[in-house]
Design a protein around this ligand. Structure first.
Ligand code: F0G
Length: 464
């Protein structure tokens, strides 16, 4: 692998320079208190221009390179057989090793197409952890989605290097319980977003493949962060030290029967998705669905320029200097937060830092949403936008209307790709000094309005 090319280059020195700038608006705390109140204390309802550092998601929020922007000008907007499509198809075939490639407008479109075809009433999907839209698309077909991340992955402080792994024993038990015919697919999410952005080992991926082979079960890889996962395999798994990140990603994807990707992550674009499959008959069915809802098979929901930028992004993401900086910059933020005494999910994952808000704001009861309190405090103190991943997002009510809380009260700080500099990371760390001063606060928030589904996007709150 690449060694230091410039002696004094540090891990955290950005391996790119800034050619276009987008000014950030610097606001006062008074302004932000009012903005938060106007947004019903829900950061999803803030105006983006009122946000200083936006860590809501790493999805579609990255910066494209000059090569990608020049590719945009070269986009071929032909309805069928566009040059940009042929370029994208070639790159994706080479990466995935799969013969059938379908473009989609984003990840969940690929999920809907595949899971509506292989799912249905009585079917069961098993995953390390289904992402929300994955679960929603599966449950919508009448199927059941079961998460079985390994035990180490459920422990916030375990040092296990691959906390995204699937629990192999549980997988075998579930297959025995439901019967192999009922299992529609096993989905490996790499890295495992909903469980801290933790990586999955090649050994685990291979072990799942073997079980799937033994029982003739389909295996899918949700690989929207496959490059980041490859970085961790290279770093932590024996036998992969001398392989390139791209070779590791190719090996990962070659193991599956299908690959779904939200290209808004490691595709390094603002919009796009992919579905690839090995089986011809399945590809024909997928293509029919694609034409019905997304567009012709050579553009899906994308314009030629989007496909051009994606073809380039899928190569750039494997640049060793880029990936090294990316993972280490996220790690820097997480490690420094930990050393300040902020309870973070450990070790730090690839695309985000997750904070245990229940542990941080020990005196705020769960039914007053400690995660929402932290999200609001981070915005008011520093203009930093984050997302609650706790009882606001996943809480339910019993018959009496009492909250059934989520398993954890987390807050996610997702880092967009190639957007913020090291000094922005230091700014975020400084804001946490103000948060630490407030850690004994004992009142949180109450919900004043909520829709029936997916309430975290539009609910309104009031401070107590
Ligand atoms: N799978 C995973 C693992 C994801 O993280 C996401 C999106 C999707 C599928 C769906 O892709 O948004 O392109 O339709 N995750 C974003 C996030 C939204 O903030 O984590 P999409």
């Amino acid at each position: 692998m690449e060694t230091k090319k410039i002696n004094k280059m540090r891990t955290l020195t950005e391996p790119y320079k800034i050619k276009v700038v987008e000014p950030l608006r610097v606001t006062t705390e008074e302004y932000r208190i009012k903005a938060m109140e106007d947004a019903g204390y829900n950061p999803f309802l803030l105006k983006a221009e009122d946000v200083f550092i936006d860590l809501l998601t790493d999805s579609g929020t990255g910066s494209m390179s000059d090569r990608q922007w020049s590719g945009i000008m070269m986009g071929d907007e032909s309805y069928a057989g566009a040059r940009s499509w042929l370029k994208l198809e070639k790159v994706v075939k080479e990466l995935s090793g799969m013969p059938y490639v379908l473009p989609t407008h984003q990840g969940r479109a690929a999920e809907r197409i595949l899971y509506s075809l292989i799912g249905g009433k009585g079917k069961v999907f098993i995953s390390n952890t289904h992402f929300d839209t994955t679960r929603a698309n599966i449950e919508f077909t009448g199927s059941t989605a079961i998460d079985i991340v390994c035990t180490e992955g459920q422990d916030n402080n375990s040092n296990y290097p691959f906390k995204g792994d699937i629990d192999i024993k549980k997988l075998e038990e579930l297959i025995a319980h439901y019967g192999k015919e009922a299992i529609a697919a096993v989905i490996m999410t790499v890295t495992n977003n909903s469980s801290g952005g933790q990586p999955v080992s090649m050994q685990n991926i291979k072990a799942v493949r073997k079980i799937c082979n033994d029982h003739h079960i389909m295996m899918v890889i949700d690989g929207c962060r496959v490059a980041e996962n490859s970085y961790f395999i290279h770093l932590r798994e024996k036998g992969y030290e001398n392989k390139t990140y791209k070779e590791i990603a190719q090996e990962t994807l070659s193991i599956a029967d299908a690959f779904v990707m939200s290209a808004k992550k490691d595709g390094m674009v603002n919009m796009g998705g992919l579905l690839t499959v090995k089986d011809e008959a399945l590809s024909v069915k997928c293509k029919n669905m694609l034409i019905m809802s997304e567009g012709f098979t050579t553009y899906g929901g994308l314009s030629g320029r989007d496909m051009e930028a994606l073809a380039i992004g899928l190569e750039e993401v494997f640049d060793a200097d880029y990936l090294h900086h990316r993972i280490n910059s996220t790690g820097y933020l997480g490690e420094k937060l930990k050393s300040k005494g902020i309870p973070v999910i450990w070790p730090i994952g690839g695309h985000a830092v997750y904070i245990d808000a229940k542990e941080l704001y020990k005196n705020i009861p769960v039914h007053e949403y400690p995660g929402q309190a932290l999200v609001c405090d981070l915005y008011i103190k520093g203009g930093i936008r984050t997302v609650e991943v706790g009882s606001v997002m996943f809480g339910k009510y019993d018959e009496k209307g009492n909250l059934i809380p989520a398993a954890k009260e987390l807050v996610r700080l997702a880092i967009p790709r190639r957007v913020y500099t090291q000094s922005h990371m230091d700014y975020i760390l400084d804001i946490f000094d103000d948060i630490i001063e407030m850690k004994n606060r004992n009142r949180g928030y109450k919900i004043t309005y909520e829709p029936q589904f997916l309430r975290h996007f539009t609910a309104h709150f009031k401070p107590l």
